[in-house]
Design a protein around this ligand. Structure first.
Ligand code: TRH
Length: 397
């Protein structure tokens, strides 16, 4: 068996930032921790630039943070067998260009005859799936799907929360960096002041990342009558209508207003590295989609998740499956508070009840804080997605 030297990841941005967020994080991890030659093919460089500020939008091909970032191949692009990656990851069933698949098949055919001379393995083809805590994921994880006409097999690889899945993206040094940051009051103050935020130590600090249709107005009303001062930090561009209605001014970085117990402040939309620090530095985090949802779990803090909505309410089952895992072992009152808030926040139950759910959640915060820390530790025992992928590839090669 020849170990893979190169990985090509293909990412089609459907909407928002989760697809490219996951691919960018994984690309860097393969390059930094596994020494692989990584190429990330993306069809929307603009979205990637929001997470990676140094990206040059004018370039079709560039090296960024140890990764070669390439614009999605143009129609009619032709590839030679040597140009394809030893590992090819098709993120979220994005459909690889036909000419690229043809080159993979050529490599596979050549390979049978020339393995010793070319020294390149048959390409391993992985479809990386979306994250879900539903039970069926374990049954579908790692299933093969042979190509109908070419000598290639694609494998379905599912991230997940159990040992029978591919695990979650987790960098080797993440917990060490998180712990150092959280233990260093000066680093925290410096980080926040760079964002233009001054927080007094007796305030509860929240970060808010959600979809525009989240019941933000109800949340702000609930926070306004909180017994403790709350500072809610909102990256620019998030829930702008509700935020500017509260602020009575455009929701741009630096804008800030206080009403009763609640201060809302707009902060810049930061890169992924700083976004991790934001999650580590806050007392509670509102997150959404897939990647911020996972990062909030690694932050080891209480978090509230707005799940990506799907047709026919499919997301309600996914939310339920996750909460089932998450609240397992929690004291009943805190588990109920966590579950009920999520149902209201996700519009599965009347959002008008958010005020009461917020009060209950606040009361449960000490328990949720301890639980968040323990959960992150426990989850990390399942191994990380990048390592699981490489182990799996070694097995199928
Ligand atoms: O943006 P999302 O909603 O993304 C997705 C996509 O919609 C996708 O199509 C869908 O299938 C998936 O959700 C479930 O949420 P997510 O996944 O959290 O991605 C946001 C990315 O933005 C994540 O990598 C974190 C990053 N981010 C920053 O880097 N800086 C910031 O300031 C903020 C707020 C986020």
């Amino acid at each position: 068996m020849v170990s893979p030297q190169s990985i090509h990841i293909f990412c089609h941005v459907i909407d928002n930032l989760g697809d490219v967020g996951v691919c960018w994080r994984l690309s860097r991890q393969f390059a930094h921790e596994h020494g692989l030659d990584v190429t990330l093919w993306v069809d929307d460089l603009f979205s990637l630039k929001r997470l990676c500020k140094t990206l040059d939008l004018s370039k079709d091909r560039q090296g960024v943070d140890g990764v070669t970032v390439r614009r999605w191949p143009q129609d009619g692009a032709v590839f030679s067998p040597d140009e394809v990656g030893d590992v090819v990851i098709e993120a979220f069933a994005c459909h690889l260009p036909d000419s690229y698949v043809a080159a993979m098949a050529q490599r596979a055919t050549h390979n049978a005859a020339h393995l010793v001379t070319t020294g390149k393995p048959k390409p391993a083809w992985i479809n990386l799936e979306y994250l879900s805590a539903e039970a069926w994921v374990e049954d579908c994880h790692a299933l093969p799907s042979p190509h109908t006409s070419l000598p290639l097999t694609k494998y379905f690889f599912f991230p997940g929360f159990t040992e029978k899945t591919g695990g979650l993206i987790l960098e080797r040094d993440l917990f060490a960096r998180r712990d150092a940051f959280q233990a260093d009051a000066q680093a925290k103050t410096h980080f926040f002041s760079e964002l233009g935020v001054q927080v007094s130590s007796d305030a509860c600090v929240a970060s808010l990342f959600c979809y525009s249709f989240a019941p933000v107005e109800d949340l702000f009303k609930a926070m306004q009558v909180d017994a403790q001062a709350i500072v809610c930090l909102v990256p620019q561009g998030v829930a702008s209508d509700a935020v500017s209605a509260f602020l009575q001014q455009p929701a741009i970085a630096g804008a800030k207003a206080t009403s009763d117990a609640l201060t809302v402040q707009v902060i810049p939309f930061v890169d992924q590295h700083k976004y991790d620090q934001l999650l580590w530095g806050c007392d509670i985090n509102f997150v959404r989609g897939e990647d911020s949802f996972v990062r909030a779990q690694w932050a080891g803090k209480p978090f509230l998740w707005q799940i990506y909505q799907q047709e026919e309410n499919v997301h309600a089952g996914k939310l339920d499956a996750f909460l089932g895992h998450y609240v397992d072992g929690m004291p009943t009152g805190s588990a109920l508070a966590m579950t009920r808030f999520h149902l209201a926040w996700n519009g599965i139950r009347d959002a008008g009840a958010l005020h009461d759910q917020w009060q209950a959640l606040r009361a449960a915060l000490p328990v949720l804080t301890q639980h968040g820390h323990d959960w992150a530790q426990r989850l990390s025992q399942h191994g990380d997605l990048a390592s699981s992928l490489l182990q799996f590839i070694a097995k199928i090669s």
